[in-house]
Design a protein around this ligand. Sequence first.
Ligand SMILES: *Cc1c(COP(=O)(O)O)cnc(C)c1O
Length: 400
Amino acid sequence: MTDFSETKRLFSLPEGMIYLDGNSLGPLPTAAKDRVAACVQDEWGEMLITGWNKAGWMAQPRGLGDRIGRLIGAAPGSTVLGDTLSIKVYQALASALELRPGRKVILSDNGNFPTDLYMADGLARSLGQGHRIETPAPEDVAARIEAIHDDLAVLLLTEVDYRTGRRHDMAALIRAAHKVGALVVWDLAHSAGAFAVDVSGADADFAVGCTYKYLNGGPGAPAFIYVAPRLSEHVRPALSGWLGHDAPFAFDLDYRPGDGVDRMRVGTPPVLQMAALEAALDIWDQVDMEALRARSVALCEQFIAGVEAACPDLRLASPRDAWARGSQVSFHFEHGYAAMQALIARGVIGDFRAPDIMRFGFTPLYIDEGDVDRAVETLTDIMAHRLWDRPAYHTRAAVT
Ligand SMILES: *Cc1c(COP(=O)(O)O)cnc(C)c1O
């Protein structure tokens, strides 16, 4: 059982701030400051090139990958870090498409995060094999799998919708896709660290995700990729970089894929970012994921009940059923951008997603019931007195 009042003390958050945006960028684990400083001074500064061996930099993408693996139900040796999530989406999709030659449809949904769809579109164009991308409404995906049938190459879905928090039934969709002979790539951007994922139990083929959201690895932290062990010796990694080679330091002129998921590595890993992520995973190693989920559900329910009782102008955009949600709650409000700026000005940090969604992430590692009460009170005050209606709050910044 995890003591969440203990984990809260392990993060550095500005005094008085209630941070409900850990679904977008997780806060700083206090230990990351010393860990990164030590990596800079003792490893880079003192060891220089020998750090690749002595400090274990070269092995970290696999070692940290296994620690993330526990959170997503992946067996040791099936998850590796590197690059950004957009790149890993491309790589997983390219590898999957190659395993299903002749099939032409990539099925996603219209709630997917744009970069996943952009990467799929770019890949389809580069391949020039006539792949088409279909994006039905999320609730119509299961029916489309049936309808497309043996032309379906790959189902490419994000488990939790970044705007509404709606969660797909991963296991059921994998069963349906496998039944028609298709492969499935899951984007776990809003799942990893939000609740226990079980890629092995659900029989996922590929899964990818980022480490700077719920996992708290810091801005620019590397992405991860999981490949089912039954596939990993057969996939071509598509991005065939030297660190995915069987023997990078043989400097052969021909590419030969490395063992299993190692072949999904591309180039030099981000050592300073991995140091920060390591400090974050030291916290995650202690966390019971079932306890985390129970607490996340309780915090979300508390927020929904509080806001619905006091703010009639806000309309719930997330599923009401806790099982069908990730670890965020979203509300529609016509002036959502301005209302969010007013909240941020008072130290309650959420974010806004066009056209009218106010988004709040609930992360039990450092958010408790008192924070939820204060967030509800602040939002209630802003709504009741129209405090959002000031010119300064209507001016859009580059990052919303
Ligand atoms: C956050 C997010 C991304 C971001 O991709 P980057 O390459 O890390 O910028 C991609 N896909 C989904 C579903 C996301 O939520």
